[in-house]
Write a protein that binds this ligand. Structure first.
Ligand code: MG
Length: 416
């Protein structure tokens, strides 16, 4: 296959939101490492319109009930409040208080992108490399991005290279396991019907279960039953949450292929890259993964060696928008789509909208787990899902204003 033909396949497949089929790759070499490094090194953040330094005066962690907030203030009196991932910060917050927030005080917010690397090095923070560290870094990044958005009047997407789309089609994800297939189908009909989604995802296997199902025979029964119930017009995804070894993953994947599923998420233990790639190599259904990943280099390996066909960085777990954009760009260079994993805490769906609004290679549908109940106003979008589509806000930063009473009632979180 000549270069142009291959490039065309890549472009058209990406435009259709599909991974290139492995067969079409033939014996072509993988995308050169230099190309992945080149696109990953391109600046993500554009805050050039701010000509004066934006010195950070304070970065605080607040809590109202089960919701965490990060408030950042500049020396000139600008302020932003972002909503981090509370379900992880509940355990990881000392890292934020001791290692992340103090680092940003006195720094120039416009330098956020290089500062993320310095934060990683600072005080040997890299020794904490993992979800617990990066979820704290993301909490800070979200707040600083919102601050820059407030000061420039730009939405997150325009700070990160430009909003390319505002209408984002979502898929409704079920978090159930262990219920009977008939009950799950009823539940899927309910949640899909609520938002008019054209795509859905449900859970396979037993979750990190070494091949055991959550209920004997549930997965094998659900895969055909969901297709039969929703018909050929519905895009279907399945998520095994690391349930299978390679032979089991191939067996379940073949069944998904038979019923024309869109992707197979985390078939094998998420950090067992060899097994994930072996399953992906054997199957024609695209394999998706990356929600637990926190290493740039492992993402790069998985993209370059086609360990997955769809990349799913989590904006919180992976350390924020800027790092996740590098993953999307590397995947784009390899002809692969990106659909971020959505943390089910904080304002995950809002974060996802902003990210998808500006990446070069969105998959056709993105994860939606429903609203969080956090009170806010949004002047530029209803943020309601209509016919399976939600509109990204276009106001400054995240484009929302948290309920001032809710913020006022939040108390500062401090270390012991
Ligand atoms: Mg998943």
């Amino acid at each position: 296959m000549n270069h142009n033909r291959r490039a065309f396949l890549k472009t058209s497949a990406a435009a259709a939101g599909l991974a290139i089929s492995r067969a079409s790759l033939g014996d072509e070499p993988p995308v050169p490492a230099e190309e992945l490094d080149r696109v990953a090194a391109e600046p993500v953040l554009h805050a050039d319109s701010l000509t004066e330094p934006v010195r950070i005066e304070s970065m605080e962690l607040l809590r109202n009930g089960r919701v965490f907030l990060v408030r950042v203030r500049s020396r000139d009196g600008a302020e932003a409040i972002a909503v981090p991932n509370a379900s992880r910060l509940r355990d990881a917050y000392p890292i934020f208080l001791n290692r992340v927030a103090p680092f940003f005080v006195g720094k120039d917010a416009r330098e956020l992108e290089p500062l993320l690397w310095e934060l990683y090095r600072h005080g040997s923070n890299y020794k904490f490399q993992g979800l617990a560290f990066w979820v704290c870094a993301a909490a800070a990044e979200f707040a600083v991005l919102d601050l820059l958005g407030q000061m420039t009047g730009k939405p997150i997407g325009d700070l990160l290279g430009g909003v390319k789309r505002r209408d984002i089609a979502v898929y409704r994800a079920s978090g159930n396991r262990g219920n009977a297939p008939e009950e799950e189908v009823e539940y899927l009909q309910k949640i899909v019907g609520e938002i008019g989604a054209k795509a859905l995802k449900f859970r396979l296997g037993g979750r990190m279960s070494r091949n055991a199902d959550s209920l004997s025979g549930r997965t094998e029964k659900l895969i055909p039953l969901v297709r039969k119930t929703f018909g050929d017009g519905m895009t279907l995804y399945g998520d095994a949450n690391s349930s299978y070894d390679v032979p089991h993953a191939i067996r379940i994947g073949r069944l998904m292929e038979e019923y024309d599923y869109g992707f197979f998420e985390e078939p094998c233990p998420f950090d067992h890259l060899e097994e994930t790639k072996a399953a992906a190599d054997a199957l024609s259904i695209p394999v998706a993964g990356g929600e637990q990943e926190f290493s740039h280099w492992r993402f790069r390996w998985m993209i370059r060696h086609r360990g997955v066909d769809v990349v799913q960085p989590d904006l919180h777990y992976y350390g924020g928008f800027i790092r996740a954009m590098r993953v999307a760009r590397m995947a784009h260079a390899a002809g692969l789509p990106c659909t971020p994993h959505m943390s089910g805490s904080g304002l995950g769906y809002l974060d996802l909208l902003h990210f998808v609004s500006c990446i070069p290679n969105p998959a056709p549908y993105h994860e939606y787990k429903g609203e969080s109940g956090i009170p806010f106003a949004c002047a530029t979008s209803t943020l309601q899902c209509e016919n399976g589509v939600i509109q990204t806000p276009s106001g400054p930063g995240f484009g929302i204003e948290l309920d001032p009473t809710f913020v006022k009632k939040a108390v500062a979180v401090t270390t012991l």
